[in-house]
Design a binder for this molecule. Sequence first.
Ligand code: GLA
Length: 383
Amino acid sequence: MDRKQFIKKFEHHFSGEPRVFCAPGRVNLIGEHTDYNDGYVFPMAIGFYTTVAVFPTRDRKLYIRSENMHELIAIDLDANAEKRHHWSDYVAGMAHVLEKEGIRLPGASMLIESDVPVGAGLSSSAALEMSSGLALLSTVGGELTGEKLALLGQKAENQFVGMNCGIMDQFISMHGKENHALFLDCRTLDYELVPLPAENIRIVICNTMVKHELGSSEYNKRRAECEKGVEILRADYPGIRALRDVSLSQFQKVQHKLPDVVQKRCRHVISEDERALESIAALQAGDIEKFGQLMNASHDSLRDDYEVSCLELDLLVEVARYQEGCLGARMTGGGFGGCTVNLVASDKVDVFVDAVGEAYQRATNLKSDIYISVPSRGAHEMR
Ligand code: GLA
C-alpha cells in the first residue's frame, strides 16, 4: 500500500491530515489449537496488511469507510455498543474495549483497506483489530504495549464479536518481524523471534477457497472439550491448570479414564505442544527435514484426533506431500477450510505451485490461490 496514495483516498472522503497504520495477517507454522490451552504456537506475520488512515473528530462518532466493501458506517460512541454481524464489529469492538480501559475516544474518521484474504484463515480479523486499535489510540495520543493491545483485541473478539479465540493471531500481528517466525508461550506471553532459513526454504500458503460454516461453533465446542479433559485429569494430577501442564507420558498413563472424544482432543493438544517445542529445537539445530516431519504429524493429529480438518484441506495436503521438494504440509489456523501451509525447497517451488494448483483443481474444480510468503513486519505506523 502506497501511503501517499492512501492519504489521497482519505482526503477524497474526509477532511484532515490523517496518520496511517497497518497490521498484517498471519500463518501458523505449528502449534495449532494450543493457544487457548496455555500452550505453544509458532506463527509468522505474512506480507498482507490491513491499512487504516485516521483523523480525530470531536463529536464522539466513528465514521468508518471500507474501501473493500465500498461502505461507510457511523458508530456513536455514546450509544450502547452493539454487534451488527458486520465487518465493522471488529472496529467497534476495539473502540468498546479501549473505552472500557478508561481511554475516552474523541471520535474519528477512518478509511480502511485490506489485502488480507478474508475467510481464508489468515487472520484478516486480527489485522483489522490491530490496525484500527493503533489508529484509535492515536486519536488520544495514547500508546500501549503490543502485548496489551493484542490482549485487548482478543477481548474484543471474545466479548464483543463472540468468537472465543486465543491470543495467537493478535499477538503475531503486533509482534511479527521480517524473516522471523515467533515462538510464543501463550501462558506467560514470553516470546522468541526465530530466524527462518530464507535461502533454501519457502513458505507456501495454499488456499482451499472454502470455508465451512461449522467453523466457529465447532471451535467453541473444542475449547469446552479441552476444559472437560483438564477437569478429569485433575483427579490424577491435581496441580494442573491447563492441558499445557500435562506431558504426553503422564497423559498416556491415565488416558483410558477419559471419554473417547475428550481423549482424542487432549491427545492432539498435548502432543501438539510437544511437537511445537521439538520443532523449535529442530530449526535451531538446522534440521529443516525434521521440522517438516513435525508439520506433517501436526496435520495428521488435527485431522484424526482434533477433527478440525475437512476434505479440501486433506486433499490439498495430500497433493502437496506428493511433490518433490515438499518437506512438510499441514492445515493452518482454526480449520474447516481456509489454508494449508507448506515447507518447500526454494529450487522446487515453481513446479510445486503449478503442480499443486493443477491437481487440486482437477479434483475439486476449485482454483486455489497460492501465495509464496515471507515473514513480515508486525503492526506499525506508516511514515
Ligand atoms: C484461530 C484462533 C486462534 C487459534 C487458532 C487455532 O485462528 O483465532 O486463537 O486458536 O484458531 O490454532
